[in-house]
Ligand binder design. Structure first.
Ligand code: ATP
Ligand code: MG
Length: 283
């Protein structure tokens, strides 16, 4: 049995649960319970505050965890970053009052900077040779400059809307973050096997996420051109139609390229184009 720590309530909770479900790890999302056994995989889910996840995985109290890379960096926990998960995107930025003139990182010399991420910021200032006062504050960091408590902030930004509404502007990005799967560094052979199985499933989900299955009818004499437009995993599937001179072509395309491919395929006579979602791709 492997134990996976995920955020109890917050920005990463829903997508962490969804990812585990897609990987075949189903569990009851029982409120007020901190440890829940999966019904379908030898795993249990431990609900924690995100701050506590890296240390819990480092200690081995959970073998795996899903948490923001920013929290892993701040905790300094010695854990393995197994995979970037493609959600919870954000960045850790320095921001200053919008009317201030920004001259570069040396701007922060002698300034008071409020943050919930003092270690990440301290390492950045050390690297840049900047001497500033770092003020730790656990929440509402963005209000500290207008409240006269700090000259600048270092905080999580995703769209930037919160900064703007607090009269701040972003001036430096120190770290890009997203949710990551982390693992304890000394997993037993048995736990490694379960973790690898789970990782393979998560990878299948990730690969299929931006893929579409496409099928169409195409005149047989244009088939080679169509195959050039639609290279498949190995090679496209071609099925003859009952109507003479026509066949059906099936393939998988990246969602971002779909409309351009459809345009090219129509130009060479493709008809009856169907596009379907892909649930999983198992390589
Ligand atoms: P907890 O109660 O678990 O300590 P929290 O308030 O520290 O929760 P959340 O606000 O739920 O944390 O954010 C969790 C994570 O989501 C962040 O650490 C970060 O990795 C990611 N994230 C993505 N976008 C944003 C955003 N716009 N603001 C804050 N966090 C974000
Ligand atoms: Mg937190």
């Amino acid at each position: 049995m492997i134990r996976i720590a995920i955020q109890n309530k917050g920005r990463l909770s829903d997508e962490s649960t969804e990812l585990l479900n897609h990987a075949g790890v189903f569990f009851d999302n029982a409120k007020r319970k901190y440890l829940v056994k999966s019904r379908s995989f030898p795993a249990e889910v431990l609900y924690l505050r995100d701050d506590d996840i890296p240390a819990t995985v480092e200690s081995g109290a959970a073998q795996l965890g899903i948490v923001g890379l920013n929290e892993v960096a701040e905790s300094g926990a010695d854990v393995k970053i197994v995979k970037r998960l493609g959600f919870g995107y954000c960045r850790l930025c320095l921001a200053i009052p919008k009317n201030e003139e920004y001259t570069g990182p040396e701007y922060f010399n002698g300034k008071r900077v409020a943050t919930s991420y003092p270690k990440v910021l301290g390492r950045y200032f050390d690297r840049m040779g900047i001497k500033a006062t770092i003020m730790f504050i656990s929440g509402s960091v963005e209000i500290t400059p207008s409240a006269g408590m700090a000259d600048a902030i270092f905080d999580i930004v995703s769209s930037g809307g919160t900064l703007v509404s607090n009269g701040l502007k972003e001036v430096e990005t120190v770290m890009e973050s997203e949710a990551v799967l982390i693992a304890n560094n000394e997993l037993s052979a048995e736990d490694t096997e379960l973790a690898d199985e789970l990782l393979a499933r998560i990878e299948s989900v990730a690969i299929s996420r931006d893929k579409k299955y496409i099928l169409m009818n195409i005149p047989t004499d244009r088939l080679q051109e169509a195959i050039k437009i639609l290279p498949a995993m190995r090679s496209p599937t071609v099925i003859p139609l009952a109507a003479e001179g026509w066949c059906s072509l099936h393939s998988v395309v990246a969602a971002g390229e779909l409309w351009e491919k459809v345009r090219l395929l129509k130009q060479i006579g493709a008809e009856g184009i169907l596009v379907l979602n892909v649930d999983k791709i198992i390589l």
